[in-house]
Design a protein around this ligand. Structure first.
Ligand code: HEM
Length: 401
């Protein structure tokens, strides 16, 4: 297949594409993975479910190690340290094993009462105020407060974390090859400095928190370098924060636009877990991930050369009619267990149980508390944040009465 000019069918740097990529996915779902050339590098775009899953399961030919410029290595968020997300086996296997020892389903379940308390506190504030912006009043605050508690850092600092995390994510759309902007470097330095000090404190004074557990894993056998430890703590903050915020926001939007489904869920709270899976399928917080091709290969009828970069469109795969009948319909009674909103294969999201729990509590409790909830002005345009890869709203105003 000939390399094509960059078309509007896939352009993460175009605002209107970012605001609503779904019609473009429909076009991409109709054929084999497309090849395009961006910034002098061949790119492949995989959208169909079967192609996406094949790539995610083939970590040998589709590597997660990013090609970073010396500038990004020096000034970027992880400063060249390996992270579980951006590494391949055996490094990924080592890091994932160490992390899984401490970031356990048990530790996550233990958070449930606190997640409920924080949600109730936020909903009380909304009730007193009488107005409701889903993002500002609920979705932005809950995940960052929860992850701060798990890490054992004061939840009062959550606004600072939120600021750091938002800033870095918002600039995640910087064009490849561009220098890291100075203001981003400054925020990265602040964040790294803060967590370096937190790690040092735990060394002297360990507690029951996740950072202390990770410090112990490092200090016991140096299986994780100090730089890897810091990188992982930062990854948890970033990965666990914006994504879950956007699950709550995108999920509430889907319910608001489909009042019959909102009613159904309110009358049948036992459907909550299923509804969360449908929200993840229908309008997932992570639209796409990327891989680097290590050997010439073929996927879904397209020859892919070694050295190509691959955009793996999770959110397009989740709307593939070959996998999900009537994929454009938001239907909380389907059980889309096989969606790829959390990825697939060895990098499958380690925080999925936490995100599911937070989403279910936040959305379930909001519906229970406010029986007349609806989108305040359905004709008002929606404002999306600046990142294509992490899809989420800036603001979503809902009426309570
Ligand atoms: C709805 C919320 C979330 C979504 C949609 C999501 C999505 C994803 C996806 C798609 C991947 C795989 C990326 C790839 O293969 O390139 C991933 C990996 C990961 N996620 Fe999540 N995530 C969410 C919440 C969380 C939370 C709450 C945490 C932690 C607190 C977390 C931590 C991680 C980590 C550490 C990885 C890397 C795992 C590995 O590479 O082995 N995520 N996530």
């Amino acid at each position: 297949m000939e390399a094509q000019a960059v078309s509007i069918s896939f352009n993460p740097w175009d605002r209107s594409f970012r605001d609503n990529p779904y019609p473009h996915y429909r076009v991409l779902l109709e054929g084999s993975p497309r090849k395009i050339e961006l910034f002098g590098t061949p790119f492949v775009i995989a959208a169909r479910y079967a192609d996406v899953v094949a790539i995610l399961r083939d970590y040998v030919r589709f590597s997660s190690v990013q090609k970073l410029s010396p500038e990004v290595r020096e000034k970027g968020i992880f400063r060249g340290a390996a992270t579980v997300l951006f590494s391949d086996p055996p490094v990924q296997t080592r890091l994932r094993r160490l992390i899984s020892r401490d970031f356990t389903p048990r530790r996550i379940r233990a958070m449930e009462p606190r997640i409920r308390e924080i949600t109730t506190m936020l909903l009380d504030q909304i009730e007193r105020k009488g107005t409701f912006d889903v993002m500002e009043d609920l979705a932005n605050a809950l995940p960052v407060m929860v992850i701060a508690e798990m890490l054992g850092v004061p939840p009062e600092n959550y606004q600072t974390f939120k600021h750091w995390s938002d800033f870095i994510v918002a600039r995640g759309n910087t064009l490849p090859g561009q220098p890291v902007p100075d203001d981003v470097v400054k925020v990265i330095d602040e964040l790294r400095g803060y967590f370096t000090r937190e790690i040092e404190k735990r060394r002297v004074n360990p507690g029951p928190d996740l950072i202390s557990a990770l410090v112990a894993a490092h200090d016991d056998n140096e299986a994780m370098t100090a730089n890897e430890l810091l990188a992982f703590v930062i990854l948890l903050l970033l990965a666990g924060n914006e994504t879950t915020t956007n699950l709550i926001g995108n999920g509430m939007l889907a319910l608001g636009r489909n009042p019959d489904q909102m009613d159904l869920l309110r009358r049948n709270p036992e459907l909550t877990a299923r509804a969360i899976e449908e929200m993840l399928r229908y309008d997932g917080p992570v639209q796409a991930t990327s891989r680097r091709v290590t050997a010439d290969c073929e996927i879904g009828g397209t020859e892919i050369p070694a050295g190509a970069e691959c955009f793996v469109l999770l959110a397009a795969a989740n709307r593939d009619p070959a996998q999900f009948p009537d994929p454009e319909r938001f239907d909380i009674t389907r059980e889309p267990r096989d969606h790829v909103a959390f990825g697939d294969g060895i990098h499958f999201c380690i925080g999925a149980p936490l995100a599911r729990l937070e989403g279910a509590i936040a959305i379930g409790e909001t519906l229970r508390r406010f029986p007349n909830l609806r989108i305040e002005d359905p004709s008002a345009p929606l404002a999306y944040k600046g990142s294509y890869f992490l899809r989420g709203l800036d603001s979503l105003k809902m009426a309570l009465d």
